[in-house]
Write a protein that binds this ligand. Structure first.
Ligand SMILES: Nc1ncnc2c1ncn2[C@@H]1O[C@H](COP(=O)(O)OP(=O)(O)OP(=O)(O)O)[C@@H](O)[C@H]1O
Ligand SMILES: [K+]
Ligand SMILES: [Mg+2]
Length: 676
C-alpha cells in the first residue's frame, strides 16, 4: 500500500469539512465526553444570544469562551476525520483497481466463452494467460504463473501462484505476467477481496473493541462525576457570595472532564488499523489488533514460513538392491498427477537426472491418491501396481501393514536427510521399499534476528510442522525458535493453541495451508497469507498481502503501539486536567477567599484570563496531539514493565507540567494583546 503523508492537503481539506458534519448530535452522542462539550457549547451560545439581544455589556469574554468551546468539539471531530481520511484515500485507489474486465470462462465441454467479470459466480472456471487481468478471486487449479499483485500490495516484484500447494490463491484485479493458469472462482461480485478491503479501510466495518468500550465507560463515569461536582459548586458559590456565570461553570466542566483522550480515542483506534494497512496487513477486527499488542505465544509453521517453502527434490537415495533408475521411475510415477510443489519437483528431477519420459497419464488408467496432511502420503494406483510416497513413518506403517519390511539402511538415510534440515520422502512400490527422495528447503535470511527481537518483547515462538522431529529440530535450531512441535496434524496445531489459551495466554499464529485453517480460527490473532488457500484466509482475522509470515513481528509492534498510545494519552489527559483545576478554581473564588491565592501558583493575570487560558489550552492540546495519536507513540522492543514505567514518567509527569507552562504562556499572550 502506498504511503500517504500524515497531513496530506487533500485529506486535511476533506477532514475539515467532515469535522463540521460530525457536529450532528446523533453522531456526537457516541462519544459521551465530547457530547457534553457540545451541549455546553450550545448552552453558552444560546445564553450569549440572549445577552446580546438584551444589550448586556462586556460580552467579549463570553463570546471567546463560546468560540473556544466550539473549537474544542471541532478539533476532536477533525482528529477523527483525519484518521478516517487516510482510509478513504486508500479506498479510492482500490476502487480504481476494481475495473471490469473480460473473463474467459470454461463451459462444461471445455470450450471457452467470453463474459464480463461481473458475471462470474463461485465455482466458475476461467483461463487467464500472460498479460491478462485476473477477473475475480479464485484458486489456481492447474498451472503455475508469475503474477503482478502491485494493484493491491503496491509491491512491484512479481509473485508465483501455483496449483496444489499453499500459494494457490489469486486476487481479482491483479495481472498474470507469464504462462497460463486455470482458476476456480471463489467469490461472487460485491463480495470480493477488494470489496472487503475497501469496506475495511473506509472504516465501514469498524466497531468499537471491548477495550475501547471499557475506556469509554470509564471516561463517561468521570464526566458524570465532574458534572455533578460543577453543578453542586454553584449553590456553594452563591452562598459564599461569588455566584459564577454559566460561561465559567461550563469552562470549568470542560477543563475537568477528560477531553484530550475523549477527543482522540477513536482516531487512535482507526490509526492503528491504518498503520496495519500501510504494512499491507488487513485486520478484519479491531479486537485482533489489540490482542496482537498483548500476544504471549507465537506459532509459525515451518515450510514457507520459516523456510523459503519450495521444498524441492534434490536427490534419489535408493534402498539396498534397488537401482537409482528404478527409484526415480517409481518416484516419478507416484508424482505425475501430484500438483504440490514437492510432487512437481520430483517429476522434474526424474526427467533431468534420469531422462525419464513424462508419461501420458491418461493412457495409464491411473487413479491418483492426493496428498493429505492426515495420511502424509500420496501416490497412484495402476492396474496391478500401487505406488506411494510420503513421510518415513507413514510409509513404514503402510509397508508393515502390507507385510513388507523397512530396511535399516533406508531408516539411516532418512535420519541423515532429516538431521541436515531436509525433508525425506520414502517411496513404496507395492510392499517394497524403494528408497528416499531428499527434499531440500532453505531457512529464510534474517530469521534468527527477528526471533531474538520477539524474545525481547517477551514473546515465545513455537514452530509447528507436519514434518518429522529430526528435520523439525534441525530447522528450529537454525532459525532460533524457542520450541517446536513436529508431526503435527491440523488438529494438533489447534490443540496446542487451546492449551496455551487455557493457561491464560494470547496466541498468534500465521499460516497459509488448508491444514492451518482450524488453528488460524482458534488463535486470538490469526494471520493468513494472501497467497494461501481460501480456507486459511477465511479462518484468520488478518490477511497479509505480502504473504510474509514474519510480518507478525510488525503486527505485534503495531498492536503494542496502539495500546501504549491509548494508555499514554489517557494518562496525559487525566494528569493535565488536574493542572487546569489549579488555574480555574483560584480564579473563581479569589475575590471572596483571598486564602485561595496560595493555589494560584501560576500567577495568572486576571480571573477571566485564567479561565480563558485554561479553555484555550484544553482545545489546543487536542490539535497538538493529533500527530501523536495518528502516528502512535515511539516504540522499542522491551518488556512490558519497563515500558509502563517509562510511559508513566513521560506522559503522567508531562501531563501535569505541560499545562502549567502552556496555560501561563497563553495567559501572557492574551493579556499582552488585551483579549481579556
Ligand atoms: N506431495 C506429497 N506427497 C507425499 N507426502 C508429502 C507430500 N508433501 C509433503 N509430504 C509429507 O507429509 C509431511 C507433512 O507435510 P505438510 O505439508 O502437512 O507439513 P505441514 O503441516 O504443512 O508443516 P510445514 O508446512 O510446517 O512443514 C511432510 O513432512 C512430508 O513428509
Ligand atoms: K479536559
Ligand atoms: Mg505446509
Amino acid at each position: 500500500m502506498k504511503k500517504t503523508a500524515l497531513f496530506n492537503p487533500a485529506i486535511v481539506r476533506r477532514a475539515s469539512v467532515d469535522a463540521l458534519v460530525k457536529l450532528d448530535p446523533r453522531l456526537m452522542m457516541k462519544n459521551p465526553v465530547m457530547f457534553i462539550v457540545e451541549v455546553g457549547s450550545v448552552l453558552t451560545t444560546l445564553l450569549l444570544i440572549v445577552n446580546l439581544t438584551r444589550h448586556e455589556a462586556h460580552q467579549g469574554f463570553n463570546l471567546q469562551i463560546t468560540l473556544w468551546l466550539w473549537f474544542t468539539v471541532l478539533f476532536a471531530n477533525f482528529a477523527e476525520a483525519m484518521a478516517e481520511g487516510r482510509g478513504k484515500a486508500q479506498a479510492d485507489t482500490l476502487r480504481r483497481a476494481k475495473s471490469e474486465t473480460v473473463a474467459r470462462r470454461l463451459r462444461a465441454d471445455e470450450s471457452i466463452e467470453e463474459v464480463a467479470s461481473t458475471m462470474l459466480r463461485v465455482g466458475d472456471l476461467v483461463v487467464v494467460a500472460a498479460g491478462e487481468m485476473i477477473p475475480g478471486d479464485g484458486e489456481v487449479i492447474s498451472g503455475v504463473a508469475s503474477v503482478d499483485e502491485s494493484a493491491i500490495t503496491g509491491e512491484s516484484a512479481p509473485v508465483i501462484r501455483e496449483a496444489g500447494g499453499d500459494r494457490s490463491a489469486v486476487t481479482g484485479g491483479t495481472r498474470v505476467l507469464s504462462d497460463q493458469i486455470r482458476i476456480r472462482i471463489t467469490s461472487n461480485p460485491g463480495e470480493t477481496f477488494i470489496d472487503r478491503m475497501i469496506a475495511l479501510v473506509e472504516g465501514a466495518e469498524r466497531q468499537k473493541t471491548p477495550n475501547e468500550i471499557a475506556l469509554n465507560i470509564l471516561l463517561a463515569g468521570l464526566t458524570i462525576i465532574f458534572l455533578l461536582a460543577v453543578v453542586t459548586l454553584q449553590p456553594f458559590a452563591i452562598y459564599s457570595g461569588a455566584p459564577q456565570t454559566v460561561f465559567v461553570l461550563v469552562s470549568l466542566l470542560v477543563c475537568l472532564i477528560p477531553t484530550t483522550i475523549g477527543g482522540l480515542l477513536s482516531s487512535i483506534g482507526i490509526a492503528g488499523m491504518d498503520r496495519l494497512v500501510q504494512h499491507n496487513v488487513l485486520a478484519m477486527s479491531g479486537r485482533a489488533v489489540e490482542a496482537a499488542g498483548d500476544v504471549n505465544t507465537l506459532l509459525l509453521d515451518k515450510t514457507g514460513t520459516i523456510t523459503i517453502g519450495n521444498r524441492e527434490a534434490v536427490a534419489f537415495l535408493p534402498a539396498p538392491g534397488v537401482s537409482a533408475d528404478q527409484l526415480a521411475d517409481a518416484a516419478q510415477l507416484s508424482s505425475l498427477p501430484d500438483e504440490t510443489p514437492e510432487g512437481r519437483s520430483i517429476v522434474v528431477l526424474a526427467k533431468e537426472k534420469f531422462n525419464l519420459r513424462g508419461r501420458e497419464l491418461a493412457t495409464l488408467h491411473a487413479t491418483f491418491i492426493p496428498f493429505s496432511a492426515v495420511t502424509r502420503m500420496s501416490g497412484v494406483d495402476l492396474d496391478g501396481r500401487i505406488v506411494r510416497k510420503g513421510s518415513a513413518d507413514a510409509i513404514e506403517r503402510y509397508i508393515g501393514e502390507l507385510g513388507g519390511s523397512f530396511p535399516r539402511e533406508v531408516r539411516e538415510q532418512v535420519n541423515e536427510v532429516a538431521r541436515s534440515g531436509g525433508t525425506p520422502l520414502v517411496v513404496a512400490d507395492g510392499n517394497r521399499c524403494m528408497g528416499v527422495i531428499q527434499l531440500k528447503d532453505i531457512v529464510k535470511g534474517g530469521m534468527k534476528e527477528r526471533f531474538a527481537e520477539l524474545r525481547r518483547m517477551g514473546i515465545k515462538t513455537i514452530m509447528i510442522t507436519g514434518d518429522n522431529p529430526l528435520t523439525a529440530a534441525a530447522i528450529a535450531r537454525e532459525a532460533g525458535v524457542d520450541d517446536f512441535l513436529a508431526e503435527a496434524k491440523p488438529k494438533d496445531k489447534m490443540d496446542l493453541i487451546r492449551r496455551e489459551q487455557a493457561e491464560g495466554k494470547l496466541v498468534a499464529m500465521t499460516g497459509d495451508g488448508t491444514n492451518d485453517a482450524p488453528a488460524l480460527a482458534q488463535a486470538d490473532v490469526g494471520v493468513a497469507m494472501n497467497s494461501g488457500t481460501q480456507a486459511a484466509k477465511e479462518a484468520g482475522n488478518m490477511v497479509d498481502l505480502d504473504s510474509n509470515p514474519t510480518k507478525l513481528i510488525e503486527i505485534v509492534a503495531i498492536g503494542k503501539q496502539l495500546l501504549m498510545t491509548r494508555g499514554a494519552l489517557t494518562t496525559f489527559s487525566i494528569a493535565n486536567d488536574v493542572a487546569k483545576y489549579f488555574a480555574i478554581i483560584p480564579a473563581m473564588f479569589a475575590g471572596v477567599f483571598p486564602v485561595l491565592g496560595v493555589l494560584n501558583i501560576m500567577h495568572l493575570a486576571t480571573p477571566q484570563s485564567a479561565v480563558l487560558s485554561a479553555v484555550i489550552f484544553n482545545a489546543l492540546v487536542i490539535i497538538a496531539l493529533i500527530p501523536l495519536a495518528l502516528r502512535g507513540v515511539g516504540y522499542k522492543a522491551m518488556s512490558a514493565e519497563a515500558l509502563l514505567q517509562r510511559n508513566l514518567l513521560v506522559y503522567g509527569l508531562g501531563g501535569i507540567v505541560v499545562p502549567f507552562v502552556g496555560i501561563k504562556l497563553i495567559d501572557m499572550v492574551i493579556t499582552a494583546i488585551h483579549l481579556a
